[in-house]
Each structure stands twice: as structure tokens, then as C-alpha cells.
Design a protein around this ligand. Structure first.
Ligand SMILES: Nc1ncnc2c1ncn2[C@@H]1O[C@H](COP(=O)(O)OP(=O)(O)OP(=O)(O)O)[C@@H](O)[C@H]1O
Ligand SMILES: [Mg+2]
Length: 302
């Protein structure tokens, strides 16, 4: 299947920066374009090592690996020697290797070195994950080292956006016009498939529409902690020795608040609360959690 990169992805292909980010709305061709780049790199430079990764290994199986096997690879590596679900790598005829991983099993992927790393849906990952991956870029067999990521935009205060704004990553925005399946470059019009897909995205509402149709870094409505990220701030259970917290509604303010009292048994509060909550206030004073009117009056106190 022939492939030509366009727009933001064409710039990703040309970039030799160490850290590259390709953000964009849904279906713009980010994942395909990055997989094509990694594959070409491994084919072109023998004995190099690549890594493709998401937050969890399980999420790779039916997304990234399907695209890689069904659309990207035509020659150069064996697709039939391992099953997709348990595959740990693709071995290339020229001695290159593409490791497949998940950040849920970091020991396996962090114990080795790479020339090129691709992180998909990078907003699911933490900056800690990202920085650890950058330290694995030291195989030295290719002409340059690179870690490249794709994502749909998330909250404007997401660490990825901040990292990009600080100039630590080269950023190439992708748009629906970059995907020839959706946009016919010759006719200068949307394809049939493009029209249908855009109609689906246009029916989204709120921050989902802003992120997945318009490609904007947009906060969820009503959120007082815009830095909040479920990937990094939610734990299944607090450690036994941790301070005990509980969420309740403070009647005089008629607002839901986060509070703290030692000894409360049932705990389900985000860890690593963002800065504004971390200054001890969340533990000592009541904090408004959400300013939605519809929550007011629904008083509940333990
Ligand atoms: N340049 C291209 N040539 C041919 N097909 C393309 C091209 N770019 C994208 N596609 C196809 O468009 C579809 C969507 O691409 P892809 O999955 O890479 O989008 P995405 O931006 O990663 O989407 P999402 O944000 O939902 O993860 C895929 O079927 C892919 O093969
Ligand atoms: Mg994708």
C-alpha cells in the first residue's frame, strides 16, 4: 500500500529533533504517519532499534499493531512469527528490531536502548514516563535519535502542552486536510468518507468537540483543577499509611469540597493533587471541587 505523508506528518517525517509531538484532532493520520516513519527508519538503517509504546501493552494490540501490520508493513519484517496479543518485537531482515511495549510494564522496555521511540496517545502517559523514555535513546546505530509522539489535544495545562510551550519539543499540528482518505487534494474537496466522518465529529459537544474536531487544547467544563489527569492523578486505592481523605458537601457554602480528617476509613482521592491543591489547603481547609450549579443543594455529609 503506497503512502505519502502530508501537512503536519510530512514535517514530522523531515524532523530530526530529539523530541517531536504531533497533536491533532481525531483521524488526521498521526498514528499511521508515525508508524510509517519508524518503519522506514528501521528499514533504511540496519541494526537499529525502535520502540512503539502506549500507556498499556493491551491497548496496543487492537489499535497501533493492527495499523502497523495491515497498512504499514509490506516487506522487511516477519509478521507471522508471534501472535499479535503477546508479541514483544518485530525482527527485520536487515538486523533492525522494533520492540512493542506498554508503560504498564516499564522494566521490560526501559532495560534496553533505542534509536527511535514512538509514543501513541501520549496524553495518557506521565511526564515521568516520557523523561524515562528519553534516557533510553542512546543506541547510536542510526543517524539521529528521536522520540516522537501523537495525541489528541487534552487540557491546556496538560504537561505535554507545557513541555511543548517551553520549547522542549518540536510540535507539528495535524489537520483533517492532511489525511487523503478524508480530503481529496486534487478535487480540493472532502471525500465521501471525509464528509461522513466530519459529520460524526461535528455532532460531538463541549470539550470533546473542541479537541477531536477543532484540535484545540480545551479544558473540560466546570473543572476547577484543570491540571487533573486521570493517568497520573488517580489511584485504585490509597496506601494504607497515607492520610485519610474524604469528599463531602459543605452545607453553609452549598458547594462540594475536598477535605481531610484523620482516621476516615474509605478513601478514593486523587494522589499528587495539582499545585493549587497541594499547598496544604486541600488538607486543612475546604476547597470547592466543582462549580456546577446542579450539584448545589445536594448536601451530603458523612
Ligand atoms: N497519508 C495517508 N495515506 C493513506 N491513508 C492514510 C493516510 N493518513 C491516514 N490514513 C488512514 O486514515 C485512517 C486514520 O489514520 P490514523 O489512525 O493514523 O489517524 P489518527 O490521527 O491517529 O487518529 P486518532 O486521533 O483517532 O488516533 C487510517 O485508516 C489510516 O491508514
Ligand atoms: Mg491515532
Amino acid at each position: 500500500m503506497s503512502y505519502t505523508p502530508y501537512g503536519g506528518i510530512e514535517k514530522v517525517w523531515k524532523s530530526r529533533a530529539t523530541e517531536v509531538l504531533a497533536p491533532g484532532p481525531a483521524g488526521t493520520g498521526k498514528t499511521r504517519g508515525i508508524l510509517e516513519k519508524v518503519h522506514l527508519y528501521l528499514l533504511k538503517y540496519p541494526k537499529t532499534r525502535g520502540l512503539i509504546v502506549r500507556k498499556t501493552r493491551a491497548s496496543m494490540t487492537e489499535s497501533v499493531l493492527v495499523t502497523f501490520e495491515s497498512k504499514v508493513v509490506q516487506v522487511g519484517c516477519d509478521l507471522n512469527n508471534q501472535s499479535r496479543r503477546t508479541r514483544s518485537s518485530y525482527d527485520y531482515d536487515n538486523g533492525s528490531v522494533l520492540v512493542v511495549g506498554g508503560l504498564d510494564n516499564p522494566d521490560r522496555i526501559m532495560s534496553t536502548e533505542y534509536d527511535i521511540i514512538a509514543v501513541f496517545e501520549a496524553t495518557e502517559c506521565s511526564e515521568d514516563d516520557w523523561e524515562k523514555l528519553t534516557t533510553r535513546l542512546r543506541n547510536g546505530k542510526g543517524p539521529y535519535h528521536q522520540i516522537v509522539a501523537d495525541c489528541n489535544p487534552a487540557s491546556p495545562s496538560h504537561w505535554l502542552k507545557r513541555r511543548a510551550d517551553r520549547g522542549q519539543m518540536e510540535v507539528f499540528e495535524c489537520r483533517h486536510h492532511d489525511n487523503p482518505v478524508l480530503w481529496d487534494r486534487q478535487a480540493k474537496d472532502w471525500t465521501e468518507q471525509g464528509r461522513k466522518y466530519l459529520a460524526t465529529l461535528q455532532s460531538l459537544t463541549g470539550h470533546r468537540r473542541a479537541r477531536l474536531l477543532d484540535g484545540k487544547w480545551s479544558a473540560a467544563e466546570g473543572l476547577v483543577y484543570p491540571e487533573f489527569n486521570t493517568a497520573t492523578h488517580v489511584v485504585a486505592a490509597m496506601p494504607a499509611q497515607a492520610a485519610q481523605h474524604r469528599l463531602w458537601l459543605r452545607a453553609p457554602l452549598r458547594l462540594p469540597v475536598v477535605g481531610h480528617r484523620p482516621g476516615w476509613p474509605d478513601v478514593a482521592l486523587p494522589r499528587d493533587l495539582p499545585d493549587q491543591a497541594n499547598r496544604g489547603r486541600a488538607c486543612r481547609h475546604h476547597q470547592p471541587l466543582q462549580r456546577r450549579r446542579d450539584l448545589r443543594g445536594d448536601h451530603h455529609r458523612p
